[in-house]
Design a protein around this ligand. Structure first.
Ligand SMILES: NC(=O)C1=CN([C@@H]2O[C@H](COP(=O)(O)OP(=O)(O)OC[C@H]3O[C@@H](n4cnc5c(N)ncnc54)[C@H](O)[C@@H]3O)[C@@H](O)[C@H]2O)C=CC1
Ligand SMILES: O=C(CO)COP(=O)(O)O
Length: 315
């Protein structure tokens, strides 16, 4: 399959998940003239009907449903050329696998592309300009997906490091919870800058241990997404931290939240992996203890500020 073959053609795109993100991506592909069908568990169309003749299958399912939906898809016949795209930002609690690793395991002979970037869905629904990244080990697959979504209001870059792109979007959710706490406690701009910068260092450290490339974390899917989510009340993860800082319990906060805050689950999985691999994750650890109800937001702050003093980098 070549990019040229696809450049002018209108593709058949199946979108799995009709939440905030699935609906936004469906609108972008529809606006580019592609034939888009959307499946959700609450919808009227069957998954089989939505998958029929699909050239692209994009999953925007919350992490909790990815494994189950991937195995549902496996029971239908797809063309070997069908490209899978994953837009989920989370980690599997059982295996610590990323969503693309799950899709690739279930469909070992298909191209899998990760789509991730600073993409607050409410802004995209308002047709504000945004950029994102599509990453794959198979460059032509990423280029085809780039063509499907690119427009004057959605600029899509390709990238050859799917793991780094996926981890950027996933790990920043934990830091966004901490950023919400920081703003909720009114700790000021200096504190926020320190948190976000040290958060990025933590993301790079975890990513390197996982096998991702450092540079990827300084791009749109890493730093870009970190900045978007740590600075916007539109981010559900940020909102979780902000409300915890205001004294609400996690249960109360999640009950009133619109949509999924993946950082809550990601933080648990990340702590498990960090312990197994012996990776220092001070910010993630304080977010974890806060989410567990073991400490207050103020205690989390003190714990971070009073850690042993050390060099900024171990060159
Ligand atoms: N909303 C946003 O701004 C963005 C969200 N994302 C990511 O996209 C993913 C989805 O996010 P949203 O659309 O915002 O969440 P949402 O809560 O609005 O929608 C989640 C979708 O997943 C489906 N789902 C959940 N559990 C399921 C299960 N067990 N089986 C089948 N389907 C299931 C829901 O029915 C719904 O269609 C998350 O991983 C999120 O981090 C990524 C970029 C932007
Ligand atoms: O990933 C996102 C923006 O890029 C969405 O962030 P939230 O899931 O925190 O709303």
């Amino acid at each position: 399959m070549s990019e040229q073959m696809y450049s002018n053609s209108k593709l058949s795109v199946a979108i799995l998940g009709a939440g905030a993100w699935g609906a936004s991506l469906a609108n972008l592909a529809t606006a580019n003239g592609h034939q888009v069908r959307v499946w959700s568990r609450q919808g009227s169309q069957t998954i089989q009907a939505v998958l029929k003749d699909a050239q692209i299958v994009l999953s925007a399912i919350s992490m909790i449903g990815v494994r189950d939906v991937a195995s549902q898809v496996q029971s239908f016949t797809l063309s070997p050329e069908t490209i899978f795209v994953t837009a989920t930002k989370g980690l599997d609690p059982q295996t610590t696998c990323t969503p693309s690793q799950i899709w690739q395991t279930v469909f070992p002979n298909h191209a899998v592309v990760v789509l991730s970037g600073p993409n607050l869905s409410k802004e995209i629904q308002m047709e504000l300009p945004a950029a994102t990244v599509v990453a794959s080990n198979i460059p032509t697959a990423a280029e085809i997906v780039q063509l499907v979504f690119s427009s004057g209001r959605f600029r899509v870059y390709t990238n050859p490091d799917p793991l780094g792109v996926e981890l950027g979007g996933t790990l920043k959710n934990v830091i966004a919870i901490a950023a919400g706490v920081c703003d909720g406690l009114q700790l000021g701009t200096n504190a926020k800058a320190a948190l976000v910068t040290r958060g990025l260092t933590e993301m790079v450290r975890i990513g390197n241990n996982w096998g991702a490339k450092t540079e990827t974390f300084y791009g749109l899917s890493g730093l870009g997404d970190l900045l978007a989510t740590c600075n916007s009340p539109l981010s559900r993860n940020y909102q979780v931290g902000y409300q915890l800082a205001g004294g609400k319990s996690l249960t109360e906060t999640l009950a009133n939240l619109q949509g999924t805050a993946e950082g809550v689950n990601t933080c648990q999985v990340l702590m498990q992996r960090a312990k197994q691999q012996n990776i220092p994750v001070p910010i993630t650890e304080q977010v974890y203890r806060l989410l567990q109800g073991e400490i207050t937001p103020r205690q989390a702050l003190d714990e971070l500020m009073l850690r042993d003093i050390k060099p900024e980098y171990n060159y």
